[in-house]
Design a protein around this ligand. Structure first.
Ligand code: DGY
Length: 417
């Protein structure tokens, strides 16, 4: 079995090998471009051994920011035929070829962590990045709120692609006219670990609709049947906005209005509490109906500064049910599928975000998250995700953000810098 030291060396090598010059791909083959939230987490990993490269990762991500403030979920820096759907299918309208949707905004939170590691190196970089982060957050506030909670407009936007949260809405979409296409993901990874064709038809149908509407947010608001207020986006934007305000104040930047925006997001987060489920849940913004899902995104509440004994009770039960939690979907739920992407597997970076929130609040469950994540990586390496019942590696291998999480969090003792 590999020792902790050799895992750390392996993790650094993964970041270096997946570096494509200023940005990092999540893994060769399956994901050959720059992904938004992957990059933010990756920057945190680079900060462990190359602080300049950490800032560069974020700067390259923001080089793809659109004129309206949106930061795309994929930047297609260099064409790669091994991925579908590519830039032509998306028809992104930004400064470099990109997708037309965004991803959960963790960049400000990671930027603050990186800045705190070395303020003299980071201050000029963060001062330049700050207005861009602000513009992105403002875009969310302008286009994506439902009662103050933040909505996703495509399953890929939440990053939790095939989570059961979306099943009801996806069922109602008739992907008429989607046409023939060739999936590339299942040529890299076993199909039983990936979304189904039923899901993919709808993913592509939604992309084609956005492309046809030239990603005009006002038109999409009218036409897009997929609009779900989601705990991933809501908790992560709330947290990121708190971080942005805190560093803005320290740097003496213009932060007017941000405290009110945070209060609005706090109200929005409260609307995601499903009293029947006794859990944070996603809500279909078109119908007002709950999706009825306890997911690992429900457990991001602590990172957003919100405590909940009921949510903690779910987390504890989940950790007891599977050996290598946190399962991405309730392991007692009917739809739990231990190897299929966001319907059960455990994701190291989500454990990191949940764990960070618990640690900040000195929650008694905090040490378990770090320990279980360390153990699954120590035993099974740097997979994209893991079967939470036995820890077996799944999805892509030599995965960048799993390596970053090892370096910046899981391999360290609680309380270590
Ligand atoms: C994919 O291609 O599976 C990605 O998750 C889309 O972002």
């Amino acid at each position: 079995m590999l020792t902790q030291v050799s895992r750390s060396e392996e993790a650094r090598n993964i970041l270096i090998q997946n570096d494509r010059g200023g940005y990092t791909i999540p893994t060769a083959g399956l994901y050959p471009y720059q992904w938004n939230w992957d990059s933010a987490i990756t920057a945190m990993g680079f900060a462990e051994f190359d602080i300049g490269r950490a800032w560069q990762e974020l700067e390259t991500l923001f080089s793809g920011q659109w004129a309206d403030g949106m930061v795309p979920h994929i930047l297609f820096h260099k064409a790669d035929a091994g991925y579908f759907p590519g830039p032509d299918v998306w028809g992104g309208t930004g400064p470099i070829p990109s997708s037309g949707i965004t991803q959960p905004p963790v960049a400000a939170t990671m930027a603050r962590l990186i800045w705190n590691k070395d303020r003299s190196a980071g201050t000029p970089r963060l001062k330049t990045l700050w207005p861009k982060l602000r513009a992105w957050h403002t875009w969310f506030l302008k286009w994506r709120l439902d009662q103050g909670a933040v909505c996703v407009t495509h399953p890929w936007e939440a990053g939790r692609d095939n989570a059961p949260d979306w099943d009801g809405v996806m069922e109602r979409i008739d992907p008429v006219g989607v046409g023939e296409y060739e999936r590339r993901d299942t040529s890299h990874v076993d199909g039983s670990m990936r979304p189904t064709k039923h899901d993919y038809d709808r993913y592509i149908w939604l992309v084609q609709m956005g492309n046809r509407l030239k990603w005009d947010q006002a038109k999409l608001l009218e036409e897009n049947p997929f609009r779900i207020a989601d705990p991933t986006m809501t908790f992560l934007l709330l947290r990121a906005h708190r971080d942005l305000l805190a560093v803005g104040e320290e740097l003496g930047l213009q932060t007017a209005g941000m405290a009110e925006e945070i209060a609005l997001l706090e109200k929005g987060a409260a609307t995601l509490w499903n009293p029947e489920l006794k859990s944070y849940d996603s809500r279909d913004a078109k119908t007002g109906l709950w999706t009825g899902c306890i997911s690992n995104a429900s457990y991001l509440c602590w990172l957003a500064g919100l405590d909940s004994p009921d949510q903690a009770a779910h987390l504890e039960r989940s950790l007891e049910r599977v050996k290598f939690g946190v399962a991405s979907y309730d392991p007692t739920g009917e739809k739990f599928d231990s190897k299929r992407y966001w319907r059960g597997p455990t994701w190291a970076f989500m454990n990191f975000l949940i764990g960070l929130g618990l640690e900040e609040q000195q929650h008694p469950l905090a040490p378990r998250l770090r320990a279980v994540t360390r153990e699954v990586i120590r035993q099974h390496g740097f997979a994209e995700y893991f079967d939470p019942t036995d820890g077996s590696p799944a999805g892509g291998q030599s995965f960048t953000w799993t390596a970053a999480v090892w370096l910046g969090w899981a391999s360290k003792d609680l309380g270590a810098a």
